[in-house]
Design a protein around this ligand. Structure first.
Ligand SMILES: NC(=O)c1ccc[n+]([C@@H]2O[C@H](COP(=O)([O-])OP(=O)(O)OC[C@H]3O[C@@H](n4cnc5c(N)ncnc54)[C@H](OP(=O)(O)O)[C@@H]3O)[C@@H](O)[C@H]2O)c1
Length: 315
């Protein structure tokens, strides 16, 4: 009969290797938060370059615009409401008098071939300057905490367009300009929802699309030898106009999240948690079994759904 050690020893080594590789992965992820950002050094060394932020009239997008101006960038704000864009432009100008600002108006939910005109509009705004950064931030749920069968045809289309189609189309239109102005950077705002969560299935799917697009576009620029870096930002709860909850350590204000995102530039990851405390929370997705995570997430999203239903009933 074989000695018990014949089996336990290889198992013990396997356990040790698994433990060491897990510890290595977590340490490598944790160092992402210690590395200094290369954003300004690489993409705005002369403090004259431009960045374009989609969905920049509110929430994280406006936070990006503020943080980019604070780092010496000139910024083009994209949104769907010309009046609100002009108001936000005035606010930014008052806060950052030296920054040059421009606006681009397009409704991300009603995209037509007219989006091709964005290239010309951006070139006219920047003149002899260089667009080196594109932040694909526009997005969000069109019907939070809703069963898929409760969506209308238009709501599904709007969710996909706002989160996924607009991102890929504006990248297509501006890719040539970013290559001309290389080194360039594309930051795609994703979400913890990309793990695949219940009650937000359409939105979850679009963020999975965004992650996959990030990886493939990054690989494509790399394969063509173009110095355009593409990076995905994984985001959990943030207090914004679109998600108006109380902020705390795990729920940062929009500008804090935007600043943290810019600080991750240069870490070398394809997709990275933007904010340290979100990363800590996100570790549970790696450690806990998926069924358990889904149980917690499902309970939370179900509670939000019940709360929304109660509010709708009383209003
Ligand atoms: N907040 C969170 O907890 C959270 C969590 C994970 C990921 N995210 C992601 O972070 C990004 C920003 O979210 P947020 O919470 O900051 O959103 P938000 O506060 O709702 O702001 C969204 C921005 O996008 C613009 N926008 C919305 N629909 C548009 C359309 N059809 N065409 C053009 N612009 C449009 C809004 O413009 P208007 O001012 O005209 O509405 C606003 O400027 C999204 O990609 C979202 O999925 C957010």
């Amino acid at each position: 009969m074989a000695d018990l050690g014949t089996y336990t020893k290889p198992l013990a080594y396997l356990g040790l290797i698994t433990l060491a590789s897990t510890a290595l992965t977590f340490t490598r992820q944790a160092t992402n938060f210690l590395r200094p950002s290369t954003l300004v050094k690489t993409y705005n060394p002369t403090h004259t370059n431009w960045a374009l932020v989609t969905g920049a009239t509110d929430g994280i997008g406006f936070g990006f615009a503020q943080e980019l101006c604070a780092r010496g960038f000139n910024v083009i704000l994209h949104g769907r409401n010309a009046e609100k864009l002009q108001r936000r432009q005035r606010e930014l100008q008052a806060e950052f008098p030296k920054a040059k600002l421009g606006i681009v108006v397009r409704d991300a939910q009603n995209i037509t071939g007219d989006i091709d005109g964005v290239d010309g509009e951006v070139r006219a705004i920047i003149g002899a300057g260089a667009l080196t950064v594109l932040i694909n931030n526009v997005g969000g749920e069109t019907r939070p905490s809703t069963l898929l069968k409760e969506y209308t045809f238009e709501e599904v289309q709007a969710t996909v367009a706002r989160n996924a189609t607009f991102t890929i189309q504006i990248c297509r239109v501006l890719a040539g300009l970013l290559e001309e102005n290389a080194p360039g950077l594309v930051l795609n705002v994703s979400s913890v929802a990309a793990f695949g969560l219940p009650y937000i299935s359409a939105y979850s799917a679009t963020k999975g699309f965004v992650d996959s697009f990030t990886r493939s576009l990054r690989a494509e620029f790399g394969a063509e030898g173009k110095a355009v870096e593409v990076m995905g930002l994984r985001v959990a709860e943030v207090k914004t106009a679109g998600y108006d909850i109380k902020s705390n350590l795990f729920v940062p204000e929009a500008r804090v999240l935007a600043g943290a995102s810019l600080n991750r530039v240069g870490c070398g990851e394809e997709i990275v948690w933007a904010y340290f405390w979100h990363w800590l929370q996100g570790l549970s997705f790696d450690i806990l079994p998926r069924w358990l995570m889904l149980k917690f997430a499902g309970m939370k999203l179900k509670a939000i759904r019940a709360d929304m239903a109660a509010k709708a009933k009383s209003s």
